[in-house]
Each structure stands twice: as C-alpha cells, then as structure tokens.
Design a protein around this ligand. Structure first.
Ligand SMILES: [Zn+2]
Length: 306
C-alpha cells in the first residue's frame, strides 16, 4: 500500500511538474505574443504620430507665411529702413556700437516754418513730412505683425489682404519696416549723425547728410504707425532697382485697392521733399488712395486739391 501511495504520489508529483512546465511554456508564448502585439502597436502609433507631425508642421509653416499678425512683443525691435540705407540692405543688423556724441534736440532742425499738425480724431489722412511735424496728441493702437513689425490697427486688415493677394500671385513681399516710436527714430538719427562724425564730417555737415537718409525725428511717417516698407524677398536692397522687382510692380499697380499709396514717387520728390522710395507705402484709406492713384497725385498735392 505504501508503495502504491508512493507511486501515486510520485506520479502525481510528476504530473504536477509536467503541468507546471506546460503552463510556463504557455505563459511564455503568450508573453511573446503580447510583446509582439505591443511592438506592432508602438510602431503603429509612432509612425502615425510622425505623419501627423509632418502634416502639422507643413500647415503651420503655410499659416505663418500667410499671416502677418502674431503676438510678439515689439519693444525696441522695429527695423529701420533708413538706417539700413547706410549699407543698402533691409535686413542688416542694427548698428549700436556708435558712442553717443550728438544728442538730437527738437529745436535743432526747426526753421521756424514748420507746422505741428493737430490730429483731429487721429485722422488716418494726417500729413507728416519735412514741414509738417507729428501731431503731439497722436495715439497709436498697434497690431503686432510677424518679424517684429507692428502697424496701426486701422491699417492692419487691408495690409493683410494686400500681402495675401500679392502672395497669391506667386510673389514674395516682405515687410522690413513699419511702426517706429519717436524714441527709436531719435536713436536712429543720432546713430547716423554719429557715424558721419566718426567719418570726419563737421557737425552741421553730418546733420545735413543724415537728413538725406533718415527722417528728422517727428517728421517720419513711420512714427504714425501708418507706413510700411515692403521689399521683394529676393531683392532686399533699398535702391531704385527695387522698383523693377515683380513684387514692387504688383504693389505699385494694386496697393491703392487696399488703401495704400506709394508715398514717395520718383517724379514727386520736389513736392514730397523725399527722394524716390519704391518701397515705402502709406495707408490713407481706400477712397483717398484710389483718388490719388487715378489722378496721379502725391499726398501733398491731394491736400492742395481739396
Ligand atoms: Zn519708409
């Protein structure tokens, strides 16, 4: 009996061992299957995510290209076109190395004939030029654009439409200068005078020369927030040849539809007091822009004709 029990016991134990091993194998193969499934799932998720990211990046890239507006802090970042005329490229780095020697004072450039324009309701048709200074009560409500630019909110929507439509024609316009604070204009002006002093100019010569390139503070339309300098991405030089770029040809023929005028045409320099700038556009609203375009008037003539 004992043997029998022993046998049965051993047999039972052997069966148990066998069962345990079978179970182990089963579990192992199930584990392997699970791992394989997990690996497939992971590969699937990873590749789907990759495709999604690529598609998202593509659309984001397109969106930021077509949208001028973005929430960027514009403090102190406004690009200056006039400043860059020194080396004639719109994207040149700001020259901050100049030690201040010349300090601009408002009365320095006053001849006694200037008018300080009174801004009536912040009129978008406010005239600012070498003889019409910035209204003292001017206030700017700015919209931030991409590339650290900003513009008067009232001029924004038409600017966006103009840029969009220009791009839809396969062109590549680039805003390289826009709103500039009075302080920024002073800084640019002083830097220019100081560079000229370093080159050996006498102070009165330096001041006269600087005025040819940089608007005297208080007389720049960029301070109004209603002017933009636009160049062709493929040609960013601020010279007469800018007029021959496809972007400029399109803008000159179409900007009035969006309320913008080419502010300093070649044949009006004696009236505007500013030499040809085939990149500087001023917002005046659609009605006035169309009238000036149809009648070939610069802004000064437009005011005389009213
Ligand atoms: Zn300009």
């Amino acid at each position: 009996m004992r043997n029998y029990y022993e046998y049965a016991d051993r047999n039972g134990r052997e069966e148990n061992v066998q069962n345990k091993e079978n179970e182990k194998k089963k579990r192992k193969s199930e584990q392997r299957k699970k791992e394989r499934r997990r690996a497939f799932l992971f590969a699937g998720i990873a590749s789907t995510t990759m495709v999604f990211l690529i598609v998202a990046a593509f659309f984001l890239g397109r969106m930021s290209k077509s949208m001028e507006v973005m929430n960027i802090n514009t403090d102190n970042k406004t690009m200056s076109v006039e400043k860059d005329m020194n080396n004639n490229t719109a994207n040149a780095e700001e020259n901050t190395a100049t030690a201040a020697k010349y300090i601009w004072k408002s009365e320095n450039q006053m001849t006694g004939n200037e008018k300080v324009t009174e801004a009536v309701n912040n009129d978008i048709l406010t005239l600012v030029n070498p003889t019409h200074r910035m209204p003292e009560n001017w206030s700017v409500d700015l919209v931030d654009l991409i590339n650290d630019q900003s513009i008067d909110r009232r001029a924004y929507e038409d600017l966006q439409n103009m840029m969009d439509d220009c791009r839809a024609e396969g062109l590549h316009p680039l805003i390289c200068s826009s709103y500039r604070s009075h302080e920024k204009q002073i800084e640019l002006y002083e830097n220019k005078v100081n560079r000229l002093l370093e080159e050996g100019y006498e102070e009165d010569q330096a001041v006269r020369e600087a005025e040819r390139w940089i608007a005297v503070p208080g007389t720049s339309e960029h301070e109004l927030g209603l002017a933009v300098d636009i160049v062709d991405e493929s040609y960013q030089m601020l010279d007469d040849a800018q007029a021959d770029t496809q972007t400029q040809i399109w803008l000159m023929n179409n900007s009035y539809r969006y309320g913008y005028i080419l502010r300093y045409p070649a044949d009006k320099a004696d009236l505007t007091g500013i030499s040809y700038e085939p990149w500087h556009y001023r917002y005046v609203g659609k009605e006035a822009a169309e009238y000036m375009y149809e009648n070939d008037l610069c802004m000064e003539e437009y005011f005389l004709s009213r």
